[in-house]
Design a protein around this ligand. Structure first.
Ligand code: FES
Length: 416
């Protein structure tokens, strides 16, 4: 059912990436074409997004058999994420095997919406019936019924015409899928991050409804770089951070002073834990956590924030009362869609003032977005300029060289 993974031709010189994967003190940016060239974008979709593990959401979004939601990944590929009758999480294509309609698309739309993006849906269902000619697929994707197909010469075997299922892995409550049937498992590559997050019990947390922002006007890598690199934090966000001014030592140890991130070739995640200027720091405007700290954290962990990236799609920020998770979906070489949500321990969701506190909690992220989003857009403009630099990095840009190494490995494997 899956097309074979073929060797690809990379439109840029892969040897040129060596200058971006060495130590940050010696490294330079990726070639600007990696952010602005259409042909490179198509290569990247195939070499990265259709061969690596992609996070698509959280298991508690589909707690019961029949619960599902739809999503797109990697340039708009439509998928269904569903819990089947046996309770297993499945991710499958939503493209009907008859004539290619999206089986979760509506049967009818008002005129002003005829040609909009196919709306995402969610809910509980017994099966998926394509609205066009009523082929019916079960929760595991197999074809249950197909009207008027009995006269096919040579017969019609429904077993051959199910919805393609993708590989699925669950990690800490997050659902990952992979288009490559031969991909190596994800779990063994996340050992360091799993240990780092062990006391947070992310798998038991409960998510808020993701907010989706479509077609942000910059390449998906610029989003990930901005989320993870520490060099810009106390410059671009200098007026947002309340750094403890008392000791040089506390400044040096804060995440915003430049925290090293963990990554070795073969790892499936890049992550860093930074000591904060005070205990139980929050991202909201008060800079102090608004919710009770996670009860299983050590005293030392309550002085830290963790930023992690499970490339290419999951960005994760973890503090002492909660975590936030972003999903990155490229939609063109210069645009991507971003989904944003927060996870909290179940008991935190039950607080009487949860909704009010949550509004203040998320307003802190908005404070940073006010600076990050226009800056990211401006970087995209720069990467498309005839003067686009392949500039030198700072030692505080260490994340970039680690991400570049991960990318270069994907590109090289795809190009054989
Ligand atoms: Fe789906 Fe015909 S396209 S049933």
């Amino acid at each position: 059912m899956h097309p074979p993974m073929e060797k690809l031709t990379c439109p840029i010189d892969l040897d040129a990436l060596d200058a971006s994967t060495c130590s940050p003190e010696a490294a330079v940016n990726l070639p600007p074409a990696c952010y602005s060239d259409e042909e490179f974008y198509r290569f990247e979709l195939e070499s990265v997004f259709f061969r690596q593990w992609l996070c698509v959401g959280r298991t508690e979004q589909i707690p019961e058999p029949g619960d599902y939601f739809t999503t797109t990944v990697a340039g708009g590929e439509p998928l269904i994420v569903v819990r089947d009758r046996e309770g297993a999480v499945r991710v499958m294509s939503s493209i009907c095997r008859h004539r290619g309609m999206c089986v979760t698309a509506p049967a009818e739309l008002p005129k002003d919406k005829w040609f909009d993006d196919i709306p995402e849906t969610s809910g509980n269902t017994r099966n998926f019936r394509c609205p066009y000619h009523w082929w019916v697929y079960d929760l595991d994707g197999h074809l249950m019924a197909a009207p008027e197909m009995e006269r096919r010469s040579g017969g019609f075997d429904r077993a051959e015409w199910g919805l393609p299922n993708l590989r699925v892995e669950l990690w800490n409550g997050f659902i990952f899928c992979n288009f490559d049937p031969d991909a190596s498992p994800l779990g063994p590559t996340l050992g360091k991050l799993t240990r780092l997050l062990m006391n947070y019990h992310l798998g038991e947390m409960v998510t808020t409804q993701p907010e989706v922002v479509k077609d942000l006007p910059f390449n998906w890598k610029i989003m990930a770089e901005n989320f993870m690199e520490a060099y810009h934090s106390k410059r671009l966000h200098g007026n947002r951070y309340d750094i403890d001014p008392k000791t040089e030592e506390s400044k040096k140890e804060t995440l915003i002073g430049g925290s090293p991130t963990m990554y070795e070739p073969g790892d499936g995640a890049i992550a860093g834990a930074g000591r904060t200027a005070y205990k139980d720091r929050g991202l909201n405007p008060t800079q102090h956590a608004l919710f009770p700290p996670i009860v299983t954290l050590s005293d030392e962990e309550r002085w830290h924030m963790i930023y992690a990236f499970v490339p290419p799609t999951l960005l994760l920020g973890v503090s002492t009362d909660s975590a936030f998770w972003f999903l990155v979906e490229p939609t063109s070489v210069s645009t991507h869609t971003l989904s944003m949500a927060f996870v909290f321990p179940p008991e935190t969701h039950k607080l009487k003032l949860f909704d009010d506190l949550f509004q203040n909690h998320i307003s802190g992220v908005e404070l940073f977005n006010k600076q990050d989003m226009p800056s990211n857009h401006a970087v995209q403009v720069g990467m498309s300029s005839r003067f686009a630099p392949r500039g030198p990095l700072s030692w505080q840009d260490e994340f970039l060289t680690q991400f570049n190494s991960w990318l270069a490995d994907c590109y090289r494997r795809a190009a054989g």
